[in-house]
Design a protein around this ligand. Sequence first.
Ligand code: SF4
Length: 486
Amino acid sequence: MNQEGHSAEPPAYIKFGEYSTHVPANIPSAVQQATDRFLTTRAARIAEMPQWEDLRQAGHEIRLHTLLNLDSYLETLAQKVEEAGGHVHWAQDAAQARQIVIAIARQHHVRSAVKVKSMATEEIGLNHALEEVGIEAYETDLGEFIIQLAGTGPSHIIVPAVHLKKEEIAALFREKLGVDAPADPIQLAAIARQSLRERFLAADMGISGANFLVAETGTLVIVTNEGNGRMCTTLPDLHVAIVGIDKVVPDWDSLTVLLKLLARSATGQKLSAYTSFITGPAQTDGEGGPKEFHLILLDNGRSQVLRDPIGRETLKCIRCGCCLNVCPVYKSVGGYAYGWFISGPIGAIFSPQILGTKVGRELPFASSLCGACADVCPVKIPIPAILLHLRHRVVEGDEFEKPTASPLLKPGVKLGTFALSKPWLYRLGTYWLPILQSPLRRDGWLPALPPPVNRWTKVRPLPAFVGGFRQWWAKRGKDRHAGGVR
Ligand code: SF4
């Protein structure tokens, strides 16, 4: 580890950048349709609530207060979980969290596990780790089930397979499950349900994350729309939950505020279909639920982020996904372009802080800084301000990290400034560029650029440069004149 607390190279479990190789061709249409639908329903719910802004302010204050007093709330939480008969483990990093899960699984001779959708398990790469020791882990959320079949990660916080259309999902089911799957959502859900039912019944262990942890009673809160959360956490005799330390809330009053904000911001529902509260294992033999409950509290860089008064606001996030839905960059490039399990504006500030800016240092720059994310965030995270803060860290360094920008960045910016401040040079460039790129152009796209400028086209085609603004403006004037428009 270096002096800032981040590894010089990304830890082996992190597949940063791997997701960016899975870029479906239809991202704009599939993602835009889904995200627009969420925003429309969100707007309808908010219009019903004149006190929405007060609720956001309360959410912000609760989350900030909890983060500033995290040590005492975590202690209370751990004590209450143990009083309820659960076991609490502290994982400093992803490797330790994986080791704890595997040790518990081995102790109970686990051969297969069913999982509730959990970003914490994505963060620690749990499925790969379990697979390596011979334990089959099955995702049971429909979206997660689909992307597990596809062999990819989530492309949206709450809708992991948002980039796929029903026709693509049907083709995937036909290929991977060997069934006759029509492109009909109801029939596709029925096929998934049928396939999962056997896995629920056979599983030795249920694995979950949590949306919140209520400190005053040691209660795990899981919000889903499919009911799979309840199956995973009640059918197997063993339940293991892996949860970031930032998910703690002080009490049930605070939870009420955050639940109201979460469902409305995420899917435009007043409340999600299922909100499960789990306090320890089953208390009596006659009661349903697991015989044993383990809670793994995951730090993995969060206490480092807490030290930074600007960056710490990132940890207020309640993972509603609304900033993704509203972001013009996310809607154009989709989730895989962000390189890690968490995408969109929150991914652009979370990943560089958790992994260190050496990894994903481009993310804070991949933003138009339009501010739409901050306007909708239910807990008022100032995402644009944190993006600027991280840009400064990448280029200049600060007390947390040394600069990590490429040494070519500063000369490149100077060159760009020079070119853009000389109109004759700009005109010359925009005249020659379309001519120089013509041997590489295919139907208005540049599918493959030569090294060293091929990083982008290794992953996706680049739109061909068709001319400068001045040429376009002059042509527009001529066209309007020819058409008799004044
Ligand atoms: S940053 Fe805000 S809007 Fe984005 S996922 Fe987190 S809580 Fe939701």
